[in-house]
Write a protein that binds this ligand. Structure first.
Ligand SMILES: C[S@@+](CC[C@H](N)C(=O)[O-])C[C@H]1O[C@@H](n2cnc3c(N)ncnc32)[C@H](O)[C@@H]1O
Length: 199
């Protein structure tokens, strides 16, 4: 763990985020994906699953335009944004409860992004299983809450189930692909799956 902190302290993206007073280095992952794939458009509405501490939401809200973000996280948000950000402090496993609220609010998003990740235990198998379960819960928002033509991005710790997750996502979209931005640690199992243009 000590080594992890040491590595992080000299990490290019960590230092850059700190220098630019950004909430988290994760900001640069979404920035790169967006630069390549044009996910976040002017005035779009975004669901940010696993949004805390807020780097991805910050990226979306910082972009030119009047974007709106709804964020969900089991952890509270220390950072506060303006009225274009709405936060739901929920465990994603309370899926039915969240769905009821979202339906009553008539939410429909242009983009769903999910950087959700379990606490890691060091046991690769259980970390990947937990990651798969959270990623698949994120996928369950596509049907009811993503507009036709909308885009979807989700994180997953690569393992035996990743191909299955990819297949689940692929069927909703015109285009799908894996993507690993440069800010994502080369040694980590983290990968992102992208679905573009919901059918
Ligand atoms: C890698 S962080 C997200 C970083 C964020 N994208 C950013 O840019 O700051 C993963 C997040 O997933 C959240 N998370 C993990 N399990 C969760 C669950 N069961 N329900 C809701 N959020 C969860 C964690 O609390 C954590 O904030």
């Amino acid at each position: 763990m000590k080594q992890w902190y040491k590595n992080r302290k000299s990490d290019h993206f960590y230092l850059k985020a700190k220098k630019n007073s950004l909430i988290s280095r994760a900001y640069y992952k979404l920035e790169e994906i967006d630069r390549k794939k044009k996910l976040i458009t002017k005035n779009c509405s975004v669901l940010d699953i696993g949004c805390s501490p807020g780097g991805w939401s910050q990226y979306v809200l910082n972009k030119n335009g009047s974007q709106r973000v709804v964020g969900i996280d089991i952890l509270p948000m220390e950072h506060t944004f303006d009225e274009n950000f709405e936060f739901y402090n929920y465990d994603l496993n309370e899926f039915a409860k969240i769905v009821d609220i979202f339906k009553s609010k008539k939410y429909l998003f242009d983009v769903i992004i999910s950087d959700i990740a379990p606490n890691t235990s060091g046991n690769q198998f259980s970390d990947q299983t937990n990651s798969y379960n959270l990623s698949i819960l994120s996928v369950k928002f596509i049907d009811d809450f993503l507009k036709k033509g909308g885009h979807f991005l989700v994180k997953n710790f690569q393992g035996e189930d990743t191909e299955q997750l990819y297949k689940e996502i692929k069927k909703f979209f015109e285009k799908s692909s894996y993507i690993k931005p440069s800010a994502s640690d080369k040694n980590s199992k983290e990968i992102y799956i992208l679905g573009l243009e919901k059918k």
